[in-house]
Design a protein around this ligand. Sequence first.
Ligand code: 6CS
Ligand code: FE
Length: 311
Amino acid sequence: MDIRSDDFYPTRLERPQSSFERLDPVIHSPQGIHTPGPLSETELARYDRDGFLVIPNFLDEATVRRFRDDLRGYESDDSVLSAEGTICEPGKQEIRSIFGIHELSTRFDRLTRDPRLLDMVHQLLGSDAYIHQSRINYKPGFHGKGFDWHSDFETWHAEDGMPRMRAVSFSITLTDNTPFNGPLMLVPGSHRTFIPCVGRTPEDHYHSSLKKQQLGVPSDQQLQQMINRHGIQAPTGGPGSLIIFECNTLHGSNANMSPWARSNLFFVYNSVENPLVQPFCGNRPRPEFLGNRSQCEALVPIHDDTLSKVS
Ligand code: 6CS
Ligand code: FE
């Protein structure tokens, strides 16, 4: 397949290609200085260095409980269970992920527009932003499977047509994240390197990749090199913690062998200056619940007093 002239991050190639230094800044500062906002210079420097930031106790227990009660409701809501954006664990009826959660729930939608989150987004992306994708990963006790090591940007570039690295994921833990229930693991510093992946993307790849991603993932050798160099970190903590991670930071998680669910909420902000184009893998675009193409106006902050304690 010929490489398009607008493709700065060729991947899903026929033959292995060397990884290379990212072409985009980690923190986008159009005026050459950091956009003012809630993140301190120290926090910005840590995000720039590691490709992620952890803010414990971002939401208090009462607020998290309201979100968790919503989740419990979805587990017995047939319209949610039968929705295309609801993905079950391989071979099971247990929910693995619910995509498009901000369209399902006003509470989640308002959270994505809270100024104390949006102000951070503006600092990191250096522009207005919209929601590219939102999801809940349930990871139920005993049966919640893991997520293989990957860069979200590699998939969003190849399969959704996201041109540049100017997107960020906000993840809020809705349960305890302990060493035993498959916490999110990240490779600090990996966001600085783009790893081209090998293999032609089949049409409708998401039908299998959302259950187990085997294509668009680095080789064991590339992972070995990256992890030998940077190590692995697995932020653990109570419900309500916020993990902010850059779109190209390598992450994954183990299966949950504990009795305790590990449910995390994720929403992905993309810069309004980085709108999706035709997927670079050459396939037709994925469904809207994976790559939003129709509601890309700048999010307007709504102060939500129900989010009692948002630090
Ligand atoms: O394909 C995607 O968009 C999804 N896949 C993973 C493993 N992480 C990002 C996203 O939820
Ligand atoms: Fe991911």
